[in-house]
Design a protein around this ligand. Sequence first.
Ligand code: TPP
Ligand code: SF4
Ligand code: MG
Length: 310
Amino acid sequence: MASKTTVLTLPEDELVHPGNRACAGCGLSIAYRIALKALGRDTILVVPPSCLTVLQGLYPIAATQLPCLNVTFASTAAGATGVLGALRALGNTSTTVAAWAGDGGTSDIGIQALSGACERGEDFIFFCYDNEAYMNTGVQRSGTTPQGAITTTTPFSGKRQQKKDVPSIIAAHGIGYVATASASYPLDLFDKIKKAKTMSGPRYFHIHIPCPAGWGFEPRYAVKLGRMAVESGLFDLYEIENGKWRLTGASRKLIGGKRRPVKDYLETQSRFKGLSEKRIDKIQKEIDAKWDGYEQAMGAQKDIAGPDAE
Ligand SMILES: Cc1ncc(C[n+]2csc(CCOP(=O)(O)OP(=O)(O)O)c2C)c(N)n1
Ligand code: SF4
Ligand SMILES: [Mg+2]
């Protein structure tokens, strides 16, 4: 196992300029900056309409120093497939092709192209940054908006349906690497990308992105909120490597430990202000049942959490 990256060993090369157009406190800015450090300069990005296109801006004042192809909403993975084909035709097998789409552009509108690319075994990394709604167009609910969250299209008592489990859907394609990550744990994200870069074929990242503008909290709490989502066991950090699932980092430490009540996380955001005590209790019970399952699975498969305790 490679040694873990620290703030002191992160590459100094900055591929995202400061002063970009994301909102103050945006988790995407953190995750994107760290991820591009891990991807490195020999990377071509493919990005559909989203907050990321706003963050990046327009040539010649783009905030990102890497070549980027902006594609239509539904075609991120198809666009990445085309870029790969062009590179291979030129004899280039070393450049990394990285697609970056929002949750709307991944879980809803882009899922058929992504599914096809995973099934074909395209050699690319797909990042879904999940701010849990269509934020760029004014906070409409998406497939990954959590149950109970108020958005402009679920305005009264919040979304009725549960959050779509996109990492599991992608893992069901049998691809070699699927990982979850959070903008609030950038070093965990960095190390997972470095690992993914040593592999080939489709690799999928699902990154939880605190969004002050869409979730209704003060920008200074963005990192804290992302951590609360993990500490409460609501959003879990894990990886599935060649079919083997294991918790990582802060989530791994929760096994056998104490989780934060999910209420702490929910009550910090105005999008959850419609939740009754009864609904909060139900969400807590669902999390408890999920973690009971994890602990039972650990009993059955002792090395599920892997040897690299953090
Ligand atoms: C086919 C199509 N439908 C709608 C839009 C308008 N649109 C642009 S960005 C966006 C929201 C994207 O949401 P998501 O993928 O979650 O990214 P986020 O904005 O949250 O970063 C929408 C609906 C579009 N550009 N193309
Ligand atoms: S709306 Fe949310 S995700 Fe989009 S730039 Fe603003 S804080 Fe970031
Ligand atoms: Mg979104």
